[in-house]
Design a protein around this ligand. Structure first.
Ligand code: FMN
Length: 199
């Protein structure tokens, strides 16, 4: 009996580290929250970021156009420079994050056929694909024990200059990547019945 309890305790520690123990897809989804308080003592390697981006590449996209791109600030200088471009609140909330990532999509690919918009959504489909890609990214990040904050408040003109992002790319979110320093709240969701109708 004692051995069984000791083994169970060991497994819990081994899986959890200082993070929530993440086992199933539902656990990943439930434990993923926008994190606005990062542990500045922890770093993330380029290889670890690459694994998340490889997962994001598995997201579906319009006609497999794969319009999403990721500009990864991982050197302390570049990370600090990006934090200057996300507004005071986001700068404060991402202070301890070791990685900052700019997400873009190449325009006039998704939602376009022979150079013309396939329907009324136009480049909105590029934004759609980029959001799907980001969703895979942030969920994979959580599965690996990392945390993220998607930021729509950012200075796209200055980010374009900082990373020499070409004009044919639309700059979407900045995503901070790091380890939570405290447990985030779960903002309420609408009652599901409010957002769905069955016919
Ligand atoms: C497109 C988008 C832009 C966002 N921009 C910001 C932002 O600039 N700053 C911020 O603190 N949170 C931002 N958020 C995070 C949302 O506030 C958050 O996802 C929402 O409140 C739900 O909380 P949760 O992610 O913890 O479930 C953004 C989220 C999305 C998807």
């Amino acid at each position: 009996m004692f051995i069984q309890i000791a083994c169970a305790a060991f497994m819990l520690c081994a899986c959890g580290g200082n993070q929530t123990s993440v086992k199933s897809f539902d656990d990943i989804v439930a434990s993923r929250r926008s994190v606005r308080d990062y542990d500045a003592s922890k770093t993330i390697s380029q290889e670890e970021v690459m694994e998340l981006i490889k997962c994001a590449q598995e997201a579906p996209s319009w006609a497999n156009q794969q319009p999403s791109k990721y500009y990864v600030a991982i050197s302390p200088e570049k990370v600090a420079a990006v934090k200057e471009l996300v507004g005071d609140g986001n700068k404060r909330n991402t202070a301890g994050a070791p990685v900052m990532i700019v997400s873009t999509y190449v325009k006039t690919r998704s939602g376009f056929f022979r150079g013309n918009p396939a329907n009324e959504i136009g480049d909105g489909w590029g934004a759609y694909d980029n959001g799907l890609s980001n969703a895979y990214f942030i969920l994979k990040a959580r599965e690996r024990g990392f945390d993220t904050l998607i930021m729509g408040m950012r200075d796209s003109d200055e980010l374009r200059k900082l990373f020499a992002i070409p004009d044919d790319e639309c700059i979407m979110a900045v995503i901070s990547l790091g380890y939570r320093a405290s447990d985030p709240n779960r903002p309420d969701r609408k009652p599901t019945g409010e957002i769905v109708k069955y016919y």
